[in-house]
Design a protein around this ligand. Structure first.
Ligand code: PLP
Length: 373
């Protein structure tokens, strides 16, 4: 007998934390994965009203309140014209729990999960916790995931592949053509496509499309959340959308592990989704202006950087020793290899930081880049 399960022993605490801890107190933090905007007023009011009228004193349905699931379904209809039955949604504790439910419910020991590298840190860890085998695959030069790379990586042991658009850490947005291909691959290979769409509303060029729109089978499940769209990372409210039989399996994990998402957060989310959407538009405009500032600044410093079309991250190619040099000068960036082996030679910068701080950070970056050249 071993004291701890081999599943948890394979996982370590995210490398991103170590970077924060190494930084000085006055450092400018370009490492953050959360918007620096307040939660919209109407979302907070939704929670307060629910608390004061005692609606939040009891468990909700395991899947979440009917009215929240109707609100989520309403946004799929309004934003993308996708018809989602509220019965085919589970409200979760953030997108993180939703990712966990999908992998727990679909991956058997040793089965492979294909995901982008560099990619969001949870795909590797949650695959291991589900006792699956991580299969990271490299990205195209423009930092998008090539459907052909995914198709080539599929074997008889593949349980799922992950698509994440807009992407953390690259900010890249997959084209409609790619999304159609991912749907085709899920259909033809009878493999699950886990589409992580938590940044779905933060898009500057083109539009967000989901493989869910194009799949002919029920082999696509979508994970999303209020966290990034409504600057609600602390509320912990996300969801998973899938066919009824898949939702029923995921509910078994959710029911015993979580019971239901926090009721106040559910009411805040419902208000966020059904209320005015201008705070989202304002935030996206601000991110776009900052994106331009940061990309120009990095290019002026002589770095090669694919222009991201979404989320609030940028991933330049950086010379050896660059991250250390920048960190030394009190600007926090995350080395690309924190997101997978193919992230080596890159760095992730978040521009969820005020414009003045970004300008200051870009000056530091310019000097640091010259120092390591
Ligand atoms: N998916 C991606 C790509 C993310 O970047 C994050 C958070 O950073 C999540 C999922 C998890 O989001 P949440 O805060 O809703 O759990």
């Amino acid at each position: 007998m071993t004291e701890f399960s081999h599943r948890v022993e394979q996982v370590s605490i995210s490398g991103i934390r170590e970077v924060f801890e190494a930084a000085g107190e006055d450092a400018i933090n370009l490492g953050l994965g959360q918007p620096d905007f307040p939660t919209p007023e109407h979302a907070r009011a939704g929670a307060i009203e629910a608390i004061e009228s005692e609606k939040t004193d009891a468990y909700t349905s395991n899947k979440g309140t009917r009215s929240l699931r109707e609100a989520i379904s309403g946004t799929y209809d309004r934003e993308y014209g996708i018809d989602v039955d509220p019965a085919d949604i589970i409200a979760t504790s953030g997108g993180s729990e939703a990712l966990h439910l999908v992998l727990e419910a679909h991956v058997d020991p040793g089965e492979e999960v294909i995901f982008p590298d560099p990619g969001f840190v949870s795909y590797d860890a949650l695959t291991k916790i589900a006792d699956g085998t991580p299969k990271p695959v490299p990205l195209r030069e423009d930092l998008t995931l090539d459907p052909a790379t995914v198709e080539e990586a599929i074997t008889d042991d593949t349980a799922a592949f992950v698509v994440n658009s807009p992407s953390n850490p690259t900010g890249a947005v997959q084209s409609e053509e790619d999304m159609r291909e991912f749907a085709r691959i899920a259909d033809e290979h009878d493999v699950l496509c886990l589409s992580d769409e938590v940044y779905e509303r933060i898009v500057f060029e083109g539009e967000h499309r989901s493989p869910l729109e194009f799949a002919q089978s029920d082999n696509v499940v979508v994970v999303s959340a209020c966290s990034k769209t409504y600057s609600m990372t602390g509320w912990r409210l996300g969801w998973v959308v899938g066919s009824n039989r898949r939702i029923e399996r995921m509910l078994r994990v959710h029911q015993y592990g979580q019971a239901c998402a926090s009721a106040p957060a559910q009411y805040a989310a419902e208000a966020a989704l059904t209320g005015p959407q201008d705070p989202v538009a304002e935030m996206v405009d601000a991110f776009e202006r900052r994106r331009d500032l940061v990309v120009d600044g990095l290019e002026d410093a002589g770095l090669e950087v694919p222009t991201p079309s979404g989320a609030f991250y940028v991933m330049p190619k950086v010379p050896d020793g660059w991250c250390e040099e920048v960190l030394e000068r009190d600007v926090v960036v995350v080395p690309g290899d924190a997101f997978g082996a193919h992230g080596e030679g890159y760095a992730r910068l978040s521009y969820a930081t005020g414009t003045e701080e970004l300008k200051e950070a870009l000056e530091v970056i310019d000097a640091a880049t010259r120092a390591v050249r």
